[in-house]
Write a protein that binds this ligand. Structure first.
Ligand SMILES: Cc1ncc(COP(=O)(O)O)c(C=O)c1O
Length: 415
């Protein structure tokens, strides 16, 4: 067995299952889950039609192996979207690659970029991650033979990641950095000056930046979130050196089951990534490629989807704000709320865990599931920046989310 497998941590939902073992939710109220970040708005009809048409098509269909590099039709559609969304002209042949959702690509990229044998003294290289973070970054780092280093998000600066907290000796060993904008779970969007800092560090220490942008189309401010490649172009980095952006249809188009996204950026990274993927066997089905091309070319369903989230967040956030510290995020579909102190624990301390006590009692008394923030972060430099917070995914329909919010308020007021 590969010994690195032992480094993998239990997934947050497994920890949630253990936390809830033995809890019997009140039967008086039906169950509402804000726990899992899976989009639940309906998949647009034209995408389902396109999938069915593609299955029947004599020259598409299921009768041939798909090419790992993707069909010209899909790559062109991705390039068209990048131009419309960010004003960037990319070469679809060299700067774009379809992937089976951003999750597998986030993982696979580390296997391509990390060189576990770089340091002659046997020291492991480092992958820098935000904290809290999407769990795949950590597992990808471990299995690539690297050590993750967690940089905390700062609640006083709109949850921006404190990249300055990373010491120089860590940067010297860093080969890859994950950043997530809009962030899961914080919803924070990285501004241009933060990008400038990261590019400067990447130039100085030679690491690759993987920019996870899968929530980019769900936002609550007037301006659409700045993309990583867009930031690079604004700063004159037109070759996107050492930068890969990863995006996905899952949230944008409500198709988490389609498994479709793409990566874009530095052609010097896309080429070895394609080589790796050819061996790994991660080509996207031609049927999925066909539907994906249609999805990237249509914006009307995305505008409609965003409007639904905006209405939902506008309704739910003020209800919750009457009882806990919570604010409308820049983007994404999560609320990252602070659990009131009466549920235990000091700021930044671990025991008793305020977030887990809150989640367990909320389920027992009001049959609402939320995810403890400490499960989405790691204890690093002496504290867990997710402790004392919970993540609420507003993915269900508006009435259900509002009902959950009212129950949470009653729960806090009664505690
Ligand atoms: C931050 C973040 N990145 C990536 C993903 C993966 O999404 P997908 O593989 O569906 O593109 C998720 C899914 O929840 C996520 O929250």
């Amino acid at each position: 067995m590969n010994p690195l497998l032992q480094r993998l941590q239990p997934y947050p939902f497994e920890r949630l299952r253990q936390l809830f073992a033995g809890v019997t939710p009140t039967p008086a109220l039906r169950s509402i889950s804000l726990g899992i970040g899976e989009p639940r708005h309906p998949t647009p009809g034209f995408l389902k039609d396109r999938l069915c048409d593609a299955v029947q098509s004599p020259d598409g269909g299921l009768a041939n192996y798909p090419a790992t590099g993707g069909t010209p039709e899909l790559k062109q559609a991705c390039a068209t979207w990048m131009e419309r969304r960010y004003g960037l002209k990319l070469d679809p042949a060299k700067q774009i690659l379809p992937v089976n959702g951003s999750r597998e690509a986030l993982f696979a990229l580390a296997q391509v970029v990390v060189n576990p044998r770089q340091f002659a003294d046997g020291t492991e290289p480092v992958v820098v991650c935000p904290n809290p973070f999407y769990q795949i970054y950590e597992g990808a780092a471990y299995l690539a033979g690297a050590q993750p280093w967690f940089a905390p998000s700062d609640p006083k600066r709109n949850f921006a990641t404190d990249w300055d907290s990373v010491p120089a000796h860590i940067w010297e060993r860093t080969q890859l950095l994950y950043t997530c904008s809009p962030g899961n779970p914080t919803g924070a969007v990285m501004p241009l000056d933060e990008w400038a800092t990261l590019f400067e560090l990447s130039d100085r220490y030679g690491f690759v930046i993987a920019s996870d942008e899968c929530y980019s189309e769900i936002y609550f401010r007037d301006d659409a979130p700045l993309g990583g490649l867009e930031a690079a172009a604004q700063l004159g980095r037109h070759d996107y050196r050492n930068l890969i952006a990863l995006t996905s249809l899952s949230k944008r188009s409500n198709v988490p089951g389609l498994r479709s996204g793409f990566v874009a950026g530095d052609a010097q990274l896309i080429a070895p990534f394609l080589l790796y993927r050819t061996y790994h066997g991660s080509a996207m089905s031609t049927v999925v490629q066909s539907a994906s091309a249609a999805a990237w070319l249509d914006e009307a369903h995305v505008v409609d989807n965003r409007a639904q989230y905006r209405a939902k967040f506008a309704e739910v956030t003020p209800i919750l704000a009457t009882a806990m510290k919570v604010a409308l995020p820049d983007a994404g579909f999560y609320l990252w709320a602070e659990v009131p102190e009466r549920f235990g624990g000091q700021d930044h301390t671990h025991t008793p865990e305020r977030d887990t006590v809150f989640a367990r009692e909320l389920l027992a008394q009001y049959n609402v599931t939320v995810l403890p923030g400490s499960y989405l972060a790691r204890e690093a430099q002496g504290y867990n920046p997710g402790a004392n917070r919970v993540r609420m995914a507003l993915v269900a329909e508006a009435a259900e989310c509002a009902e959950a919010a009212r129950r949470i308020v009653s729960f806090i007021q009664a505690s």
